[in-house]
Design a protein around this ligand. Structure first.
Ligand SMILES: C[S@@+](CC[C@H](N)C(=O)[O-])C[C@H]1O[C@@H](n2cnc3c(N)ncnc32)[C@H](O)[C@@H]1O
Length: 288
């Protein structure tokens, strides 16, 4: 389990910067691609953060220099491309939602926000029922604590709605935890096997990120119906049918039989240190 928890209940660890840097990169890429599409279609953009946290987290400084969490990072990247999203922010902690609301105001970020206090599986069902008939572009982000409770069934139902066909999914998954909870009788929430978390959301194309190996193989699962989505090499995110993607899955499911290249058995290599985020715009160059 991660050792550190903020006063608003967000667990974080040495792995957190690995997540946050890649999240900013991915949101930047995704926002630029969506900008091009939305300029033509004029459709609305929806961002659903199922575990939004407070958005501003000074405690994160313990392991890195990013003090902003997913909802603020997403809004910054979307607003930079002129996208003013419809946002649904979900969390069980009322203090987090309060801090998030005031941070959004303070930073003058542009969005139409709804705040959902309570269990995200219930919130997601209510959000789904509240959607108007628009065809949305957007992202659903799931980033639970070490408990690893992904509301996969509700996510799948949401993506079955016609309005949500073009909305993508991102999940931050500690694959080792998930596998432990699969067989742990103490889990008192709906536990899904890792295979279902990776495949069971109803999106067609699935990408997996090279795991952060020093801790518990945290990885991103990104899923979309967009056939043109390609690998994002800068954050080592690969289609699960590519050779690299297959290798990562094999490693995640069976790490001993297939150690990732460059990662020692004791996990001593810092993948994060090798990542280069300097030329962010390369990945979408040929989408334009
Ligand atoms: C790892 S933190 C999220 C961090 C955030 N995404 C960020 O980038 O800063 C997980 C969050 O999920 C919230 N949470 C835990 N269980 C939840 C549930 N069942 N429904 C909604 N939120 C939940 C916690 O209060 C916590 O804020």
């Amino acid at each position: 389990m991660p050792k550190d928890t903020t006063s608003t209940g967000q667990q974080y660890s040495r792995s957190t910067p690995y997540k946050l840097k890649a999240f900013r990169y991915l949101m930047g890429y995704h926002s630029r691609v969506c900008k091009l599409i939305l300029q033509k279609t004029r459709q609305p953009y929806i961002y659903i953060d199922l575990n939004c946290g407070a958005g501003y987290q000074p405690d994160y400084k313990k392991f890195g220099n990013e003090v902003l969490g997913s909802p603020i990072i997403a809004l910054q990247e979307l607003n930079e491309q002129g996208i003013e999203p419809i946002c649904h922010f979900c969390d069980t902690n009322p203090e987090s939602l309060k801090i998030l609301e005031s941070t959004i105001q303070e930073l003058k970020l542009q969005c139409v926000a709804s705040y959902w206090l309570g269990d995200n599986s219930q919130s997601l069902q209510e959000i789904s029922q509240s959607l108007n008939k628009s065809q949305f572009h957007g992202l659903v982000y799931s980033d639970p604590n070490g408990k690893q409770d992904f509301p996969i069934q509700e996510i799948k139902s949401t993506f079955q709605l016609s309005q949500m066909q073009k909305v993508d999914l991102l999940m931050n998954v500690a694959t080792t935890y998930v596998k432990r909870w699969e067989t742990n009788p103490k889990a008192n929430w709906k536990v899904y096997p890792l295979r279902e978390i990776i495949n069971g959301h109803g999106k067609e194309y699935i990408f997996v990120r090279e795991p952060e190996n020093r801790s518990l193989k945290w990885t991103f699962i990104y899923a979309t119906n967009w056939a043109k989505q390609k690998n994002l090499n800068k954050i080592r995110l690969y289609g699960i049918n590519s050779d690299l993607g297959k290798g990562i899955l094999e490693h995640i499911f069976n790490p001993k039989s297939n150690p990732l290249p460059g990662i020692y058995e004791d996990g001593s290599i810092a993948i994060q240190g090798q990542l280069d985020f300097s030329t962010c715009r390369e990945d979408e160059a040929d989408e334009q």
